[in-house]
Ligand binder design. Structure first.
Ligand SMILES: CSCCC(=O)C(=O)COP(=O)(O)O
Ligand SMILES: [Zn+2]
Length: 444
């Protein structure tokens, strides 16, 4: 987990280049774009902080100027700076700064499967712009999640670090925080994280030191080992293996997205990489499933929680699918080697029409599921939706038909599984075909 200002990048650059850039543009932002939701929200926060509900644009601009002079880490100041800077970076007027030792290390760690994230007091918009417009181009593929004082909380309190670890599904003892500020390092350590102070000459905390935290003068001195928590006799799932699985999942997802079954960020896929203990590669949450890359994958355990190096290095970035727990449950229940979850209109339509299950018979296509084409009826179960994967898993376990490698989740989509990824795909295509036929037949 990386801090930016003072750690990856010079505070002097932020204060000397970016602060004046924002200061010059606040006036116009506050007057000409006051109706934009983000500006309006920040202005409301500033008025509350000042205790002046009627403060006008000029008063707010003066307050922002004073906070800039004090280098105060006020969230609405960061929000407005983020807007102005993001536009400056996008137009090419601004290019971010990284210390020369940083980027070679970030690239090396990323290639080794270390998941890199950012937690900075600058807004997420500003962080993304910073990584997106570096002297070496767009570095955003190196970073997974971005956290700021709005989505994670203040940097000097342990609860913010606890919230981040929970959000990432990461084991606190497997996270290393790099920062130049001892108070932040204290808070991270109180949340169970490892810490390393980055103490660079010329940075604000250089003189006072890093307290009792281990410290380095540059990223070149840091060595990060992956996979050190592996059980001695357990399988080690290497970063390359996870990434290869990521490439396979991305290819399958692109195919399903092409059918219109994974619109937007909907759906998720997984494949088993180890059985004892269970390890699955699952698609990362919230990504456009038509545009996944080999890095949009997370290694999870038998409950769907991210495995942060406890059984080998973790490739990719981001957090596991919100439905990873159900994938793991399907695998535990059925012994499947791969699980496909798609959001198809036919599945939702038939789930509505037949909440008690969809009975299928006398169709040649049933042979694609190992069911005779004639004389045998099979039921595709329909279960109620839930946001709790344990509840959904219990419903699936109760409703499951051993001959049917699929379940419709009402108002949600379709889960299908198979011995391996190609078989899960074939099953998904067959079940979807059967559902489309049922919809087309129009029977109530
Ligand atoms: C619009 S998608 C809502 C979440 C969902 O049902 C899904 O399948 C995708 O979730 P993920 O966390 O895997 O991106
Ligand atoms: Zn879903």
């Amino acid at each position: 987990m990386l801090d930016i200002e003072g750690t990856t990048s010079a505070t002097g650059f932020v204060v000397g280049e970016l602060y004046p850039y924002a200061r010059k543009r606040f006036g116009r932002l506050l007057t000409e774009r006051a109706a934009e939701p983000e500006v309006r929200r920040a202005v409301g926060q500033i008025r509350a902080m000042l205790g002046e509900p009627a403060a006008d644009a000029a008063r707010i601009e003066r307050a922002l100027g004073a906070w800039l002079d004090e280098d105060r880490k006020a969230t609405p100041l960061k929000t407005l700076q983020g807007i102005v800077w993001a536009e400056g970076f996008a137009s090419g007027e601004l290019v971010s700064h990284f210390y020369p030792d940083v980027l070679p290390r970030l690239r090396e760690w990323h290639a080794a499967g270390v998941r890199l994230h950012v937690y900075s007091s600058g807004s997420v918009a500003a962080q993304r712009a910073w990584f997106g417009h570096s002297p070496e181009g767009d570095l955003r593929p190196l970073a997974g999640e971005f956290y700021d004082t709005e989505n994670a909380g203040p940097k000097l309190v342990a609860t913010s670090y606890e919230a981040i670890a929970a959000d990432l599904g990461a084991v606190p003892g497997r996270v290393l925080f790099l920062s130049d500020r001892p108070g932040e390092l204290d808070a991270a350590r109180a949340a169970g994280w490892h810490t390393a102070g980055v103490r660079r000459p010329g940075e604000p905390y250089y003189e006072s030191g890093m307290g009792d935290h281990p410290e380095v003068a540059s990223f070149a001195e840091l060595e990060i080992r992956t996979g050190t928590g592996a059980a001695p006799d357990g399988p080690v799932v290497g970063a390359d293996e996870v990434r290869r699985a990521g490439a396979r999942l991305a290819a399958e997802a692109a195919r399903f997205a092409g059918f219109g079954w994974m619109r937007g960020t909907s759906g998720n896929l997984s494949v088993v990489l180890a059985r004892d203990p269970l390890r699955l590669a699952v698609t990362a949450s919230g990504r456009d499933k038509g545009e996944l890359t080999e890095d949009d994958v997370v290694l999870v355990d038998g409950r769907g929680a991210a495995v942060a190096g406890t059984a080998g290095p973790v490739a990719g970035a981001g957090k596991p699918s919100a439905e990873a727990g159900l994938h793991a449950r399907v695998v535990r229940l059925t012994g499947a080697g791969a699980v496909v979850h798609v959001h198809t209109v036919a599945a939702v339509a038939m789930g509505r029409r037949r909440p008690g299950g969809i009975v299928l018979r006398d169709l040649e296509m049933l042979k694609g599921l190992g069911v005779p084409a004639e004389g045998t009826a099979v039921r595709l179960p329909v279960i109620a939706n839930s946001q709790d994967m344990d509840v959904l898993g219990d419903r699936l376990e109760e409703a499951r038909e051993p001959r049917m490698p699929a379940v419709v989740v009402a108002g949600h989509g379709l889960y299908v599984w198979g011995e391996d990824l190609p078989q899960a795909r074939h099953h998904a295509e067959v079940v979807q075909w059967l559902l489309e036929l049922e919809v087309a037949s129009g029977r109530e």
